[in-house]
Ligand binder design. Structure first.
Ligand SMILES: C[S@@+](CC[C@H](N)C(=O)[O-])C[C@H]1O[C@@H](n2cnc3c(N)ncnc32)[C@H](O)[C@@H]1O
Ligand code: SF4
Length: 407
């Protein structure tokens, strides 16, 4: 069935949304994402929309960035004008390296969001940060500005692994920054790990997990290394300088993560995410995974409002230029067809510990779920209660299970 809008229709110059979208905005929660597209240097594995100062040249500077984002926020306020989304429940500032901006700029952006739509009293306000780009003072300033959660890219505790990943920080810096964040009064602190890097030994990852647990954080994300096309890491692998990641190794590492984190009192709530308590789960990511609405500010940022999804121009200079001309930075938009929306819902919800109601599946999907149950990939008790919830083995094979549940 075709969507209401053809795929990738241009966004109107003023960014306006169809009345149908405005009627629904915020029905399942509303959040704001802010993309900060700057990094001090590019890690060899990373293909995020981020630029070093040398790559940017002129046209978009860190100094002007907060003002440019605030200009998009004013446009967003006009677009949603007659249909306010309700209180902002979550804000997530991601990158890139948001903490390359002064804490004052991150404070101004948050203040702008609060003045525009109003932050809920218990809003979750996260910023990502690179360990070497924060200090006890900058963390205190962010906390005082209203940031409640910080997500630090640690990746590994092993110096050799950090070197292969081109990380700028020393092995101990990430956990030290996590402790500083707790001392600064952040409610929630996350550390990101990457496993399966070439040269990583089982004992390296075990040490990473031990150090994460010892740092006293309440959230851990652990991702298998993805070799992204066009990255320096992919080129090194193609040239034979580094071996490609091995699926069996990645599975062993995942089991090690579950054992160490589970043993330390963390529970998984999404395949790659563990939290110490339900309150420590990242509410912003849960909003993405459960069909909520969010406005994505910044170059390349994606938004989803009332069933319309759009994405901004990618380059910071083009983004700033459009806003300077009073035009929407939106590049294209689409409305998912019911089939596409169903596929996405199955894909995202099945990765959650809360799982997917079986009655959301069509007969073919239901037959796939029966097979997954028989193969030990879905939990029997939850299945009997009407939900598809992955077992530990199912989590290792989550993509295959999803394929089995979809047409
Ligand atoms: C958007 S990045 C930003 C975090 C921050 N700039 C940093 O690097 O510390 C968020 C996380 O995505 C993960 N990530 C990025 N590229 C990845 C890749 N190719 N494979 C696996 N994980 C990746 C890393 O764990 C990283 O911390
Ligand atoms: S610091 Fe983070 S966002 Fe920047 S290049 Fe490295 S992984 Fe990517």
């Amino acid at each position: 069935m075709p969507g209401v809008l053809p795929e990738g229709e241009p966004v109107p110059v003023d960014g306006s949304l169809p009345a149908t979208a405005l009627r629904e905005v915020g029905a399942r929660g509303f959040g704001v994402y802010v993309h900060v597209p700057f990094c001090a240097s590019r890690c060899g594995y990373c293909d995020f929309n981020t630029y070093t100062a040398a790559e940017l040249g002129g046209g978009a500077t860190r100094e002007e960035y907060a003002e440019t984002v605030l200009a998009e926020l004013r446009l967003a306020a006009r677009v949603l004008g007659d249909a306010p989304p309700g209180r902002v429940e979550t804000v997530f500032v991601g990158g890139g390296t948001p903490t390359l901006l002064p804490a004052d700029d991150l404070a101004r952006i948050l203040d702008g969001i609060d003045r525009t739509w109003g932050l809920a009293a218990d809003a979750e306000v996260t910023t990502e940060a690179n360990p070497e780009s924060v200090t006890p003072d900058s963390l205190k300033a962010l906390r005082a500005a209203g940031y409640t959660r910080i997500s630090l890219g640690m990746q590994s505790a092993a110096p050799g692994v950090l070197a292969v990943l081109d990380r700028r920080h020393s092995a101990g810096r990430a956990t030290a920054a996590a402790r500083e964040a707790r001392d600064a009064g952040f409610d929630h602190v996350n550390l990101d790990l990457i496993y399966g890097t070439p040269g990583e030994r089982p004992e390296d990852f075990a040490r990473s997990l031990d150090e994460v647990v010892a740092a006293g954080v309440d959230h851990v994300s652990a991702y298998a290394l993805i070799v992204e096309d066009g990255t320096r890491l992919a080129a090194r692998m193609r040239r034979g300088e580094l071996p490609y990641p091995d699926d069996d190794v990645a599975a062993d590492r995942y089991l090690a993560a579950e054992a160490a984190l589970g043993g330390a009192g963390f529970s998984w709530y999404e395949v790659s995410n563990w939290a110490r308590t339900p309150a420590a789960r990242c509410r912003h990511n849960l909003l993405y995974w459960t069909g909520g609405d969010w406005w994505g500010l910044g170059p390349g940022a994606h938004s989803h409002v009332g069933g319309v999804r759009w994405w901004n121009v990618k380059h910071p200079a083009a983004y700033a230029q459009r806003l300077a001309e009073g035009r929407s930075p939106g590049l294209a938009r689409e409305v998912l067809t019911p089939d596409e929306a169903h596929m996405e819902d199955v894909m995202l919800r099945l990765r959650l510990a809360s799982g997917l109601p079986l009655d959301a599946l069509d007969p073919a999907g239901r037959a796939g779920a029966e097979r997954a149950l028989a193969d030990g990939l879905l939990a029997p008790a939850e299945y009997a209660a009407g939900r598809a919830v992955l077992t530990l083995r199912g989590r290792l094979l989550a993509d295959a299970v999803v394929r089995d549940l979809l047409p």
